[in-house]
Design a protein around this ligand. Structure first.
Ligand code: NAD
Length: 470
């Protein structure tokens, strides 16, 4: 069992980070790279222990899944940060308008100070260490609060971070909702939250009391529009991959499919084949993660029960799946399709966050666009097809956090694209230079010369002033 580091009171940790950040405002490239290097080494040295901890928290989740979905992404993030830092840290020259000449202007990029990061449980390493690495690269001190629902992983992270970093440069705070609430109430220079929309509202309210700016990476229902022009078996494979990675417990998983009316049977067949190809067996297959907890499993089962009771057709597409009388402690859940979900079902209201995929028919693209626009703005949107005019129409007439065309999830994996939500799926984005700037004060600096054109506008205003303006 992981040794949990001794608890230092939250306020004391914050005070230490705050005074350290004010004592060293200019954080040189070498120190930033050194911090990134220590985080990288921590991940490399303890990769298997970290994968084992995630596996212990989920009960079923293969080390390879954590390698690809957490550690691979983290390595790419840290590598890119380290490489690009010299360029990103440079002052940005800005041209000066005639009336201010011969002044020169630039934007100086400075650390904000102390950044708080609150993380979720679903990708417990990527979504905590990733933003923390970005904030460290921007020269900040970081306090990280991982989820209490992944206790093995969070405790190991706390221990490893304590071994590699001074508490006033980077530390991990453990605890549940009470601690999280107190954490969000600290007067950070920036608070970065990943989690549900409901808790995001509380975080925004707590931060507002301190005028702390926030980034909110939230959830929602991400639609997947299948166009009549698409190759259905290719689309079904990519939708099944995006939906069933981590058993649907992915913020950008396709939440529901909009399908041309009449293609339901073909889609059911293609999706069933795709699931069998990705997961030849569900029960006991470690590549097919378990649902995190009994509570989350019960919530998903209740969504399905309600859908069935309201006349939906629920199709179990699991090859060698879980028996319906679930053995306590094994929380894997069969992938299902849900056809004809009645309006008003919780399934069509709440983010599903599990391996359940509702399929809704549409007759015209306008209908699909209206359906999407009547709901809160989604974190991600997917489109499958070859008719680029349809694709353009959908993209121009819907607003979402991000889009992948002819695949799922992949816009998130592109480090050059800003990643974030819009409206109820969040605000602010990170990844790449956008992430670096999220944690950076962009300070405008104007350097005036002794002789300045601006003096022409000094009082007394008289005929001279009228001549200049005229
Ligand atoms: P959650 O909102 O329940 O918890 C997230 C974190 O918030 C946890 O660390 C928790 O301790 C903390 N928390 C709880 N109460 C708090 C409070 N009052 N103040 C401050 N913090 C508090 O989310 P979850 O169940 O861990 O994660 C699943 C949700 O996260 C889904 O909605 C999913 O879509 C979303 N998510 C979004 C992204 C993204 O990048 N947009 C990524 C992953 C997950």
């Amino acid at each position: 069992m992981t040794q949990i580091p001794p608890t230092i009171p939250l306020q004391a940790l914050f005070a230490a980070q705050h005074s350290a950040s004010r004592a060293q405002i200019d954080v040189p490239l070498a120190l930033r790279r050194d911090r990134l290097g220590r985080l990288h080494d921590l991940i490399e040295t303890h990769a298997s222990a970290l994968c084992e901890a995630v596996q212990a928290d989920f009960s079923v989740r293969s080390a390879q899944l954590t390698e690809v979905a957490d550690l691979f992404v983290l390595r790419a993030t840290i590598g890119q940060l380290s490489k690009r830092l010299p360029q990103w840290m440079k002052p940005q020259r800005v041209t000066t308008p005639l009336y201010l000449l011969p002044a020169r202007a630039h934007i100086q990029r400075q650390p904000l100070g102390v950044v708080g990061v609150i993380g979720p449980w679903n990708y417990p390493l990527q979504l905590t260490f990733g933003p923390a690495a970005t904030a460290l690269a921007a020269g900040n001190r970081v306090m990280l609060k991982p989820s209490e629902l992944t206790p093995h992983t969070s405790a190991l992270m706390a221990t490893l971070v304590q071994q590699a970093f001074a508490a006033d440069e980077f530390c991990v705070v453990l605890g549940g909702a009470d601690v999280a609430h107190d954490f969000a109430s600290l007067p950070f220079d920036h608070l970065f939250f990943t989690g549900s929309t409901g808790v995001g509202r509380k975080v925004a309210a707590a931060a507002a009391a301190n005028l702390t700016p926030t980034t909110l990476e939230l959830g929602g229902k991400s639609p997947c529009v299948v166009d009549a022009s698409c190759d259905l078996s290719d689309a079904a494979l990519k939708i099944a991959h995006g939906k069933l990675l981590n058993a649907g417990q992915t913020c950008v998983a396709p939440d529901y499919v909009l399908l041309p009316r009449g293609q339901e049977a073909a889609f059911e067949q293609a999706y069933t084949a795709a699931v069998a190809r990705l997961f030849p067996q569900i029960a006991g297959n470690p590549d097919y993660a378990a649902i995190l907890s009994d509570r989350h499993h019960a919530r998903l089962s209740a969504l399905l029960d309600e859908a069935r009771s309201q006349g939906a057709r629920v199709v179990d597409v699991a090859p060698q799946g879980m028996a319906s009388g679930q053995t306590p402690g094994t929380r894997q859940m069969n992938p299902t399709l849900v056809f004809d979900p009645a309006p008003g079902l919780r399934l069509m209201d709440e983010e599903i966050f599990g391996p359940v995929l509702p399929v809704l028919p549409y007759d015209t693209l306008d209908q699909a666009i209206t359906f999407i626009n009547q709901r809160p703005r989604p974190l991600a949107l997917y489109w499958f097809g070859s008719d680029t005019a349809s694709c353009d129409r959908l993209l121009h007439n819907t607003v979402s956090g991000g889009v992948t065309v002819n695949d799922t999830l992949m816009h998130l994996a592109h480090e050059g694209l800003p990643f974030g939500g819009v409206g109820e799926s969040g605000w602010g984005a990170y990844h790449g230079e956008g992430g670096f700037l999220r944690f950076t004060q962009q300070k405008p600096v104007l350097v005036q010369s002794r002789w300045a054109m601006g003096q022409l506008f000094y009082p007394p205003y008289g005929p001279r002033f009228d001549r200049v303006m005229g």
